[in-house]
Ligand binder design. Structure first.
Ligand code: SF4
Length: 719
């Protein structure tokens, strides 16, 4: 039995559950991961990613030295370089001077609108706060975003419009306090495994009734009272029809509506058309099931709604989320322990990165950038002359790339994200990336996006840095280094500070503060303006974290929001119309493709595909219903070509009743069969989130020889 040199308690770097990890370290190697039973988040449970997905830290392809491309890249002719022989190792001084010279050159030539940055939902709060500060304070731009745009932007906009706050209203573990709960657009078992355990406990040990609304027969259906298998993208008619039933059968909470909401009269007029029969025609869900689900939810003493990207990743993602919010308003199922509205956040720190202002419309604390009062607060904090910060709303992730052309975005800085896997319609994304004049990648591996870069800055993964993550419960938790950084890699916050000082000296300004001696100083600077974090110190969150809002040092956190009122005052109903998905199935493309995650992998695969988890799930699969497989001559395990109007992938089939007739599912983790080559880049007009969850495809049998070789991708140097 190995005796550890030490055990470091930290927070899982994968999903938004934010499980507590204990990293057992011997000779500066993590050899085992456990979790304490008294963790309030996961009670000692871990999924396969938290338990076994840490060895990417030691992968031989991890890049731990700063590097510059040997061949100068020209806009329009930019290429990918996975092979290290196409790069030269440089010192940190040379790399950072090179970045500072080029960013300042482009800024002084083309101005703020030419500059853009992707922050990172995997990095710490402190890393994200500093990177948005650098771009706002030094380059005077709000062209700042991160992958929240690609997962829950629809939910964020809807919640902001309806209640004035975009986080979960309750903690996930409160699910056991409900009689009834709805899970929709979330394959919770694979995306938030520990929350799915809590949901199953709620059913099996506490007698709650679960209603699953999802196009796929996900595992939670086995535990559900009802399953409503709707067609992808038909959330608005199904949930509006539930609202219709609640109103028509007078199951509404009149007191809550009168005291806490506005716009009810106009809203119920808009509901007239959403009869259950109308919804059945569009969604395929039997009208009687819609009625039954509406009654179950409305008559419960305590009821809650949990949702995932199946709600938000649509060209009408904002409307989808609003349709859920209306159910809570109608019944008053919000503002008490257990009850509420819970968008399950995907990445480990997507909540925190959003809180830190890694977005184009908001400073830290969701303060609008176009409000001069907010601007003045941050100018004072960052020691910038009055009027120095920009009031102009920035571009979102997808817009940043579509604006990569002469007269638009010329320089892009990517910290830890991988748009060449995560953006929709990747063939177009490739063209946009090629148009950049200067590209910086700050990461741990050279992934598909980093391979386009001019310079690579080696950062440290979670196990080699200190800071905080904020989980989907709004719990701010410590991240702690288990051992020193490998090679010359540095924590992101240190890289940013070093670079910011170089940029300041070239710009001839010396205003904002960059000489932090530890990450807690960074968090305290942010918390001096963002009241939600005002009472958070590293000492106070040392053991179990604190759930924000924590408005002062004596405050113990706020697990349940909206108990008395909503941040915007009254909750606002928004009349809705049904808008179909942008691309429906037709004769040429008769299937609807929907995309998502599998348990063993995470997003673009930069971490999990470089870990031993890749052995458990080594290649992409397309799930297809047996009836469809038979008609199209597709066998289980056989090679299949999936084609959309934008691209094509070849991968093996899994013939399964998990997916519905007419729907196919592909996980988006696999570079060699990237689902996003197929997806539609149509955007929700308000949230600017792409329609990842529904596009039309055709499916053909292929030959074994057509299959891409995942090993070849590994050899190429991608992993
Ligand atoms: Fe990590 Fe999420 Fe798994 Fe917990 S459920 S161990 S946070 S990936």
């Amino acid at each position: 039995m190995i005796k550890p040199d030490h055990v470091t308690t930290t927070t899982c770097p994968y999903c938004g559950v934010g499980c507590t990890l204990q990293l057992h370290v011997k000779d500066d190697f993590i050899y085992k991961v456990t979790s304490p039973f008294d963790s309030p988040v996961n009670h000692g449970n871990l999924c396969v990613k938290g338990r076994f997905g840490y060895d990417f830290v030691y992968h031989p392809k991890r890049v731990t030295k700063p590097m510059i491309r040997k061949t100068k890249q020209e806009a329009g002719k930019r290429t990918q370089a996975f092979d290290l022989s196409e790069w030269r190792e440089v010192t940190w001084d040379e790399a950072l001077d090179y970045v500072a010279d080029n960013l300042v050159r482009i800024y002084q030539r083309d101005g703020s609108d030419a500059m853009a940055v992707y922050c990172c939902a995997k990095a710490t709060n402190e890393d994200n706060y500093l990177l948005q500060k650098m771009y706002r304070a030094l380059f005077r731009t709000n062209n700042i975003d991160h992958c929240t745009r690609l997962c829950h932007a629809g939910s964020v906009v809807a919640l902001q419009q309806a209640v004035g706050s975009s986080a979960m209203s309750n903690t996930a573990s409160q699910v056991i306090q409900n009689d009834v709960f709805i899970v929709t657009g979330s394959n919770t078992t694979e995306n938030h495994p520990i929350i799915s355990l809590q949901m199953k406990d709620a059913v099996e040990k506490h007698g709650a009734k679960m209603i699953v609304v999802d196009p796929r027969r996900i595992e939670l259906v086995d535990f559900a009272e009802m399953w409503l298998p709707l067609k992808p993208g038909t959330n608005v008619p199904v949930f509006s029809a539930m609202a219709h039933v609640i109103v028509k059968e007078n199951l509404v909470n009149h007191e809550f509506i009168a005291n806490r909401t506005e716009g009810f009269q106009e809203f119920i007029e808009s509901l007239e058309k959403f009869t259950p029969e109308y919804a059945e025609e569009i969604s395929g869900v039997p009208a009687e099931d819609i009625r039954k689900a509406a009654r179950l939810y409305a008559k419960a003493k305590n009821a809650a709604i949990y949702w995932g990207m199946g709600i938000s990743q649509l060209s009408h993602g904002t409307a989808s989320a609003l349709a859920l919010i209306h159910l809570a308003f109608l019944t008053g199922h919000i503002g008490r322990d257990g009850t509420g509205l819970n968008p399950l956040r995907g990445q480990n720190n997507v909540q925190g990165a959003s809180d830190m202002g890694a977005m184009p419309f908001h400073y830290p604390g969701y303060m609008r950038v176009d409000d001069p009062t907010n601007r003045a607060k941050w100018e004072k904090t960052w020691n910038i002359a009055e009027g120095g910060l920009s009031l102009k709303l920035g571009l979102t992730t997808t817009e940043i790339l579509t604006h990569a052309h002469e007269g638009g975005i010329r320089a892009l800085y990517i910290m830890g994200e991988n748009p060449m896997m995560s953006e929709p319609n990747l063939n177009e994304t490739r063209k946009h990336m090629s148009q950049l004049e200067f590209l910086v990648a700050q990461d741990i591996f050279i992934n598909e996006s980093g391979a386009f870069a001019d310079v690579f800055l080696p950062a440290t993964p979670f196990a080699e840095k200190d800071g905080t993550f904020s989980n989907t419960d709004r719990r701010v938790q410590r991240v702690r280094a288990a051992h020193p950084p490998r090679g010359q890699s540095r924590p992101d916050w240190q890289i940013i500070c070093d670079l910011a000082r170089r940029i300041e000296s070239r710009l001839g300004v010396a205003s904002a503060f960059w000489d932090y001696s530890n990450p807690e100083q960074i968090l305290r600077e942010m918390a001096s303006v963002n009241e939600d974090y005002a009472g958070i110190t590293y000492e106070r969150i040392d053991k179990i974290g604190l759930i924000y809002p924590v408005p002062h040092m004596e405050h113990h956190g706020t697990p349940t929001l909206f108990t008395e009122s909503f941040p915007r005052g009254r909750g606002k109903f928004h009349p809705l119309d049904y808008v179909p998905v942008m691309e429906e199935a037709d004769d040429e493309f008769p299937f609807i493709l929907t995309t998502g995650r599998v348990l063993e992998h995470w997003h673009g695969g930069t971490m999990t595909r470089n870990s031993s988890l890749n052995e458990a799930y080594p290649e992409a699969r397309v799930e297809i219903h047996p009836a469809d497989a038979e008609i199209h001559g597709i066998r289980n395990g056989g090679p299949v070509m999936v084609q959309s109007r934008r691209g094509m992938v070849i991968l093996r089939a899994t013939v399964t009743e998990k997916t519905s007739v007419g729907v196919v599912f592909i996980p988006f983790h696999f570079a060699e069969a990237a689902a996003n080559l197929l997806t539609n880049d149509a955007l929700d007009p308000q949230a600017k989130i792409p329609e990842f969850k529904a596009c039309a495809v055709q499916v053909f049998p292929a030959r074994d020889g057509d299959l891409p070789n995942p090993e070849a991708v590994v050899e190429r140097g991608r992993y």
